[in-house]
Structures are given as structure tokens and as C-alpha cells.
Design a protein around this ligand. Sequence first.
Ligand SMILES: [Ca+2]
Ligand SMILES: [Ca+2]
Length: 211
Amino acid sequence: MRLALMPLAFFATLAVPLAHPAPACGDALRLNEILAGPARDWDGSGAYSARDDEWVEVVNAGPSPLDLGVYFITDADSVPRYAFAGTLGAGARRVVFGREAYDWERATGRPAFGLSLGNGGDAVLLWRVAAAETLLADAYAYRSHEAAPDRAVGRLPDALGEWQLFDGLNPYSGTASPPGNGCAPSPLAPNACDFTPAAGSTWGRLKALYR
Ligand SMILES: [Ca+2]
Ligand SMILES: [Ca+2]
């Protein structure tokens, strides 16, 4: 079934708890990278928008294609912000931009705020609908330094690694955890440290990657 086609009443029945339980281990779809404080045109629309250019990357960590139609995203206030549709191949990634969340909210008759990722600290929760239950598939709570302009936080390696701060575009010198790894955000690409200034890439080359 496709949640995007569900009536409002469907989501009104989701008993999403405010105290977030630990996510179920081993769900095939995982949160992989989050950029909550965009400072450039990440979605390639031709314009910068603090709302539209936020993004969340998920990855299929399982061995076979996944039906994405049972998954949806909320932030810490547990209000559904985007319901996925379609399928995702094994090992493949999907990025949801704030604009897509905004369009989904409008299409489903909701107040439209996009992904609504707070820059002072917030959380991203990934939920899976299984029969009458709504299960927490994955979650990550981030602090304000992880939501500073053009910093992403993501797993390294993809899907299963520890969450790291990808601060290559806006280096972080503070002491909060996680510290910066000097690597660039990577929407739709594997989380990696291929283009770090310390590894010889020039700032100009790094900037050219993101227009
Ligand atoms: Ca944009
Ligand atoms: Ca990535």
C-alpha cells in the first residue's frame, strides 16, 4: 500500500509515541545522512531555500529490493513529514529534499513546512507501518553543531557505521560530539572521505562539486 495515497484519517490513527523507543534492530531501510542547515541550492532547483534544501538520505541495507511504501519520516515532534513510495534496490540510496516533503504535505492536506528540521537540535525518525503497528525503523537525534550551515551528519560507512559530522564545507572546531571528520556531505552518493581538503583537494574543487 502507498501511504501517500492514504486519507488524513489514516495518519491520525498512528500512535506515534513522544518518548522515542529504541529503533528495531536490523530494519533494512536505514537513515544514512541528514543535512538540517542548508546554505546552498542542494536540490538543484536554481534557488536557495532554507526549507526546500534540507535533505535526508536513506539507504537500503538489505540484500533485496525494498517496498518503500510502508515507510515515512517525522522529526522530533512526530508529525509525518514525508511518506515514501516506490521501491529501492539493494544497497541503493534515496534522498528526500525539503521541497518533496512540502509537496507531499500539500498533496495530503497537511500544514506544509517541509521536513522541518530544527537548526538548534532536533531528530529524524524513520517509521515502518506493519499491519496495525507502526514501528520505529531508525532514528537519529542531532545537536545544533550538526545542523550548522552546510554540515551533514551521517553514518560511516554507509548504513551501519557510527554517526559522524561531515563538516568539509563548514569546518567545526568545537568539542561537542561527534567531532568533524573534514569530509563533504554526499547526497545520493556513498558517505565517504574522498574529497577532503586535508587529502589534497582544493577548496575550489570542493566548492565546484556543489556548484
Ligand atoms: Ca533549492
Ligand atoms: Ca551520502
